[in-house]
Design a binder for this molecule. Structure first.
Ligand SMILES: Nc1ncnc2c1ncn2[C@@H]1O[C@H](COP(=O)(O)OP(=O)(O)O)[C@@H](O)[C@H]1O
Ligand SMILES: [Mg+2]
Length: 259
């Protein structure tokens, strides 16, 4: 964020990470606190002194031109950048008061709490049922068949997909349409009971009707989850987001609400 706060709509925007306007009825407890975050790929700095607050049970949209570090930033929130060998991170990423980069942080547990949905729907090459039941079984959240069935139905209902797939749960996930596959991936993310769902341009490979369905879904999901989504589209940010962070050249310029 610039030390000189930008002026929007004739009003001075507030200090770092503070909302521009707030709906007092909404939840504004912190989920993530990001302070002085820098990230390098080898010698190239991709994130430059980011300071952002992300609030629980809200939708925060990250917006900005291609290559400005939005995906890199998302991956800092569940340590997916650890999988890239050249990455070096400095600064604080705190979730619910805990330092995400602390050596004692359990990365597997962190990624269960902070799920991710990607731009291109990527169901496993398994049945619709298994796409959802697999991870909860691995995490020992369910074992008996009846428990699995209950969880699969709940996740599919929460993702707004149950009615479309309830009669074909054992068909491959990849047999669904693109928009349905993306909702299947959202159901898969929900099934391990995360706190936060990261979405990296979740609608940019979808048609306008599937996009509208996912946007409506985000509005429902924020009752239970904190949602952080990347979008290229100002209109989408205005439609779905409670907060919007503007990125440019690896910096976050301001955090505001577009509503
Ligand atoms: N795996 C990687 N290795 C090296 N450089 C990367 C990698 N991923 C992204 N970058 C670089 O980091 C910068 C930010 O990229 P990215 O986070 O993908 O931006 P955005 O999601 O905003 O388009 C770009 O300059 C990009 O080339
Ligand atoms: Mg990206």
């Amino acid at each position: 964020m610039n030390s000189q706060a930008p002026v929007m709509n004739g009003q001075q925007t507030p200090a770092v990470g503070q909302p521009y306007t707030r709906n007092e009825a909404a939840c504004h407890d912190l989920s993530f606190r990001i302070r002085d975050l820098n990230l390098w790929y080898g010698k190239n700095q991709a994130l430059n002194n980011l300071n952002i607050d992300l609030f629980q049970k809200n939708v925060t949209a990250l917006i900005g031109p291609s290559g400005c570090g939005k995906s890199t930033f998302l991956r800092c929130l569940n340590r997916m950048n650890d999988l890239i060998p050249s990455v070096r991170v400095e600064g604080l990423v705190e979730m619910d008061g805990l330092d995400v980069n602390a050596p004692k942080m359990d990365e597997v547990a962190l990624r269960r709490r902070v799920g991710m949905v990607f731009q291109k729907p990527n169901p496993f090459p398994k049945s619709i049922f298994e796409n959802i039941a697999y991870a909860p079984r691995m995490h020992d959240l369910v074992s008996r068949k009846a428990e699995q069935e209950e969880l699969v139905e709940k996740a599919l209902r929460d993702a707004g997909l149950w009615n479309e797939v309830k009669d074909k749960l054992h068909e491959p996930g990849t047999s669904l349409s693109g928009g349905q596959q993306q909702r299947l991936c959202i159901a898969r993310a929900i099934a391990v009971q995360p706190d936060v769902i990261l979405m990296d341009e979740p609608t940019s490979a979808l048609d306008p009707i599937s996009t509208a369905t996912i946007e409506d879904l985000m509005d429902k999901l924020k009752e239970k989850f904190t949602i952080i989504t990347v979008t290229h589209n100002m209109q989408q940010a205005a439609r779905v987001a409670d907060y919007t962070a503007f990125f440019h050249l690896g910096k976050s310029l301001s955090t505001t609400t577009l509503k």
